[in-house]
Design a protein around this ligand. Structure first.
Ligand code: HEC
Length: 372
């Protein structure tokens, strides 16, 4: 429990506290169900069968069996000394820069809320190597995504929307931008793979998108601190290369409806409108992430027989970036096939691509570094 659950399930967190023995016993059956089904601990991408990933949170069969046996034996009380092992959140020690969102009181009375904040950073060209995110009020922050606007015009549009207060945003930041970092509860400190750094657009601010969930007492605000470690140069400058399936028309009322899309890396760069910023080159790929909205069910990406990322049970609550144990090379002409599936039983009309809460999305992000 301490090693695999309490990092998130502790007092003041987004979900219930599992640091207390009585509490664990009280929710025993739901714990068993959550671990047997693989919902908990949350780690959506297949960590072995697709492409070996770093830092999987998944439990192995022996660990799940241990929980089953413990429950079957009526929860015998453990050793007292183990009870002290509640993990503490980690922060970046040597931050080059610390950004803070303004104090904000999200309205979560009707459900989840999404808000974007434009944050002025150091305008020098830089590569993001590591970051930590520290919400003041953990009970209400489900994830934080950090974006770099694609150009000065997008940044100006974002400032216009922001007005010092931030602005409502759901699927993305409303203005053209590239995703550069994601935080979700359970891990506060992230390092990009050794030698790499994600490129931030020089001279421009960053946009933090905060997903609020849970409950907040009236009048209470939240302020998130984002610490960045950047370098002026790295061996492997990484670009977030986004491959987006944006041309589907899904029938409503379907439990599982698939749609596929193929595109080369060159086409993806054109689709992003990033021909001027992103070199059209062959790439070394260090990791991947996926993005769908609330009806998303599964998503996978392949190049021929090679699997790039496979998320068999999508859950909107768990946006993550997944780092490969070993990077791989792709040619600019390699065709990536995306296979996306949705559950449209909640929809009453055809579901199409879009940014709204009722629209859908399916994309795969590759952490790609150009090769000469
Ligand atoms: C990375 C953070 C994180 C870790 C690690 C984690 N949980 Fe959770 N858990 C959550 C959050 C947040 C929720 C609330 C539902 C949601 O937002 O997905 C939750 C919900 C649950 C639920 C209720 C919902 C469900 O799906 O059944 C159970 C039970 C649960 N967790 C048990 C566990 C157990 C047991 C472990 C360890 C083996 C664990 N969790 C590890 C974050 C985590």
């Amino acid at each position: 429990m301490a090693r695999h659950c309490m990092g998130c399930h502790q007092e003041g967190g987004l979900s219930f506290d599992l640091t207390d023995y009585e509490q664990v016993v009280a929710v025993g059956p739901s714990i068993l169900d959550a671990v047997q089904s693989g919902r908990m601990p949350p780690f959506l991408a297949e960590p072995e069968s697709c492409r070996p990933l770093e830092g999987s949170r998944r439990l192995n069969a022996a660990q799940i069996e241990r929980i089953e046996d413990w429950m079957a034996a009526d929860f015998p009380y453990g050793l007292e000394r183990e009870a002290a092992l509640v993990p503490q959140a980690e922060v970046l020690n040597q931050a080059s820069e610390i950004l803070r969102t303004p104090a904000f009181s999200p309205d979560v009375s009707q459900g989840d809320a999404w808000h974007c904040f434009v944050l002025e950073g150091d305008p020098e060209l830089r590569f993001l190597q590591a970051y930590s995110v520290t919400p003041e009020n953990r009970a209400v922050v489900h994830h934080v995504s950090l974006f770099s606007p694609t150009d000065a015009q997008s940044a100006a549009q974002a400032w216009e929307l922001d007005q010092g207060q931030g602005y409502t945003c759901f699927g993305d930041t409303v203005v053209p931008s590239l995703l550069v970092a994601i935080w979700s509860p359970g891990q506060d400190l992230y390092h990009y793979p050794q030698g790499t750094g994600v490129r931030l657009e020089p001279g421009l601010p960053l946009i933090a998108q905060v997903h609020y969930s849970g409950a907040l007492d009236p009048g209470v605000s939240e302020q998130t601190q984002i610490a960045l470690q950047t370098a002026e140069q790295v061996d492997w400058p990484v670009w977030p290369l986004f491959l987006l399936h944006d041309s589907f028309d899904l029938q409503p009322g379907q439990l599982e409806v698939h749609s596929e899309r193929e595109m080369s890396l060159d086409e993806a760069i054109t689709q992003m409108g990033a021909q001027d910023q992103l070199p059209q080159a062959n790439f070394r790929i260090f990791g991947a992430g996926v993005h769908m909205h609330l009806m998303g069910r599964s998503v996978s990406a392949r190049v021929g027989e090679q699997c790039l990322v496979d998320v068999p049970a999508w859950d909107y609550g768990w946006h993550d970036l997944y780092f490969y144990k070993e990077s791989l090379e792709l040619s600019r002409e390699d065709t990536v096939s995306l296979d996306c599936a949705w559950d449209t039983t909640s929809a009453s009309e055809a579901v199409v691509w879009g940014d709204g809460l009722d629209d859908e999305m399916c994309g795969v992000l590759l952490l790609a570094s150009p090769l000469d």
